[in-house]
Design a protein around this ligand. Structure first.
Ligand code: AGP
Length: 618
């Protein structure tokens, strides 16, 4: 949700911290701040409401100091403001902290700390939950604890998932970090006579590819020469770094105007990377290496439940369709945040599949642990981030290999998740004897056409732009689809909402006449997803009903479909494909429609208001 960076070394910390924050701005961008300590412990703090560029103007005022921490915020407690921006400092000004997560018991902690604060004539300086942390550390220091132990004790008192970085004025050559639960992770980067800290790899790549991911409960004590980690009561250890195989170019925007556009265009390659080695034709086999369950366990699966949030939930809905149609196994989908508070009936023969591009979404992680705590059900996670919390908690993982996704709107990881779910359906169908070798081979050959379907969809970008320019002023869209296109209609509506701020609803076309049709008139555009397939005639009837209410229709159908083209106001023709593969031919178009309306409206596409890329708070 928020982004954390840290630096200690020989260079001036402020510009390095700022550059790191630029790579984390996707995580939160309503305010930002930096704290730097010089060798003598003199402290400089710079905070600004708004985007990082508002902080940049004052960066030159920062004194040179070779240790510091920084933060880019997505507000949870207290509105975006300079007062609520991190870092937060203890009342005596000695302890400086940035945090990602939520201190769920901050009210109790504030009540406990308040008398002491009042007695020293001080009061809280912000509305945040964070501010209790430096205060708790300061109390523990006053009791005689070392800074490391004080930090451990303070973090141990927090409820919720939190990542914390801190500096202490009496230890100017050091930065500290702590991880409690899953709060989007925190990574230590190893340099030559310098060390780094960040919530995510893109902030480190320009400096190092040698990293250590802090685990739940870790306290890290970092100076220019290295890091010592303490975990529980055990003696501290110097962790071995691992090498990450990521090119800094993968996290650069390159010639594209927005990361979202870059990532939309990366989809053919991302899809090929997801599928590579996982669709073996001879002898036919899907996912030969990723599913670590035994063949017997796969044969015994009687039901599949696919869960996720947002775009990942829409992928889950399409996955359900494939698992039923291709594998012939009963399947359901569920919204992870709702599922975890229900008492569904699962058992050892239900495979629970979580879809989460980040692997850190709190609602999905909550659902994964809900399953683990209550049922002995096997769990598979589909994620883009190797080593993410979801991969640690599930029994098996399919890592998408789509490359980092920086734009807040998920695009390439959506199609990557689709490919993984399709492969899963093939594997289950084959393992259970419902797909013969020849049928499996045919399904996999179909999937191998997906990258080129997406590639051809991308060529429709100008057409999508010219259609959407005519609807720049629209306040609403209804998006209709049936069957496998229904979740795509929901995904199209979500994309419109999140980056264009247009109210849009995705509906099953058959449901339209049960209520939404009352909204329609000549100022209410409808997007109809209508490729030729088993439900095409029913889609045509729904479009006729829309036309009869004079609502303008934008139809996305098979290229060359003259009947559909004639019926609607605007027609966008995608490459025709088999009924099960339309999610691949339609996805780039629904993404481009949303992108172009946002562009025409002049909006901040990569950093839409109120959103953050990874949702690690409830
Ligand atoms: C997608 O465009 C959204 N930003 C959002 O709905 C996202 O899909 C959702 O928050 C789930 O994220 P995850 O895939 O990382 O779990």
């Amino acid at each position: 949700m928020c982004g954390i960076v840290g630096y200690v070394g020989r260079q001036s910390a402020a510009p390095i911290l700022f550059e790191g924050l630029q790579h984390l701005e996707y995580r939160g961008y309503d305010s930002a701040g930096i704290a730097v300590l010089d060798r003598d412990g003199a402290l400089a703090v710079l905070k600004r409401e708004g985007k990082l560029r508002d902080l940049e103007a004052s960066l030159t005022e920062m004194p040179r100091g070779s240790a510091g921490i920084g933060h880019t915020r997505w507000a949870t407690h207290g509105p975006p403001s300079e007062r609520n921006a991190h870092p937060h400092t203890s009342a005596a000004g000695e302890v400086i902290v940035v945090q990602n997560g939520i201190v769920e018991n901050y009210r109790e902690l504030r009540a406990e700390l308040e008398p002491g604060l009042a007695a020293s004539g001080r009061s809280w300086q912000s509305d945040t939950d964070t501010e209790v942390i430096p205060e708790l550390i300061a109390r523990a220091l006053a009791d005689g604890l070392s800074f490391r132990d004080a930090l451990a004790q303070a973090v141990g008192r927090l409820r919720g998932a939190n990542a914390v970085a801190a500096v202490y004025r009496r230890e100017p050559g050091r930065i500290y970090a702590a991880r409690q639960g899953s709060a989007g992770g925190i990574i230590v980067g190893f340099g030559e006579d310098e060390m780094f800290l960040a919530s995510d790899l893109p902030a480190l790549l320009r400096h190092t590819t040698s990293v250590y991911h802090l685990e739940d409960g870790d306290i890290a004590e970092i100076d220019a020469d290295g890091v010592l980690v303490s975990r529980g009561g055990a003696p501290s250890f110097a962790p071995q770094p691992t090498q990450v195989n990521l090119d800094p170019v993968a996290v650069a925007r390159g010639p594209y105007r927005h990361f979202m556009l870059k990532e939309i265009h990366e989809q053919p390659r991302a899809l090929s990377d997801t599928i590579r080695g996982r669709a073996r034709l001879s002898p036919p086999r899907a996912l030969p290496a990723d599913l670590t369950f035994s063949e017997l366990a796969l044969r015994n699966i009687e039901r599949v439940l696919v869960i996720g949030m947002g775009t990942s939930l829409h992928a889950a809905m399409i996955g359900r369709w494939w698992i039923e149609q291709i594998a012939g196994i009963p399947a359901d989908f569920d919204n992870a945040s709702e599922f975890r508070f229900r008492a569904p009936l699962l058992g050892p023969s239900t495979l629970v599949v979580s879809v989460t591009q980040s692997g850190e979404t709190i609602d999905t992680l909550g659902a994964i642990s809900h399953v683990r705590e209550r049922w002995d059900a096997p769990q598979l996670t589909i994620t883009n981030v190797e080593g993410s919390e979801a991969t640690r908690q599930a029994d098996a993982s399919i890592v998408l290999r789509c490359g980092p996704e920086i734009g807040v709107a998920s695009t390439k990881t959506f199609v990557g998740s689709l490919a993984a779910l399709y492969l899963l359906a093939c594997r289950l169908g084959h393992a259970q004897g419902r797909l013969s070798d020849a049928e499996l081979s045919g399904r996999l050959e179909d999937l191998l056409t997906a990258p080129s379907l997406v590639e051809r969809g991308l060529q429709l970008s100008d057409r999508c732009a010219s259609v959407m320019r005519q609807f720049t002023a629209a306040s609403n869209f209804l998006v209709l689809g049936r069957g496998i296109e229904y979740p795509l209609a929901m995904e199209a509506a979500l994309k419109c909402k999140e980056i264009s701020y247009v109210h849009a609803e995705g509906y099953a076309a058959g449901e339209m006449k049960h209520g939404p049709i009352a909204l329609l008139d000549d100022g209410f555009p409808v997007i109809a997803l209508a490729p030729r397939g088993p439900l095409f005639d029913k889609m045509m009837s729904a479009i006729q009903q829309v036309r009869a209410r004079a609502a303008p229709v934008i139809a996305v159908g098979d290229a060359g479909d003259a009947e559909l083209d004639e019926l609607v106001d605007h027609f966008i023709g995608v490459p025709p494909t088999s009924a099960l593969l339309t999610p691949f031919s339609l996805s780039p178009v629904i993404q481009l429609l949303a992108y172009h309306i946002a562009l025409a409206r002049g909006l901040d596409i990569d950093q839409p208001r109120n959103l953050a890329k990874t949702v690690t708070v409830e």
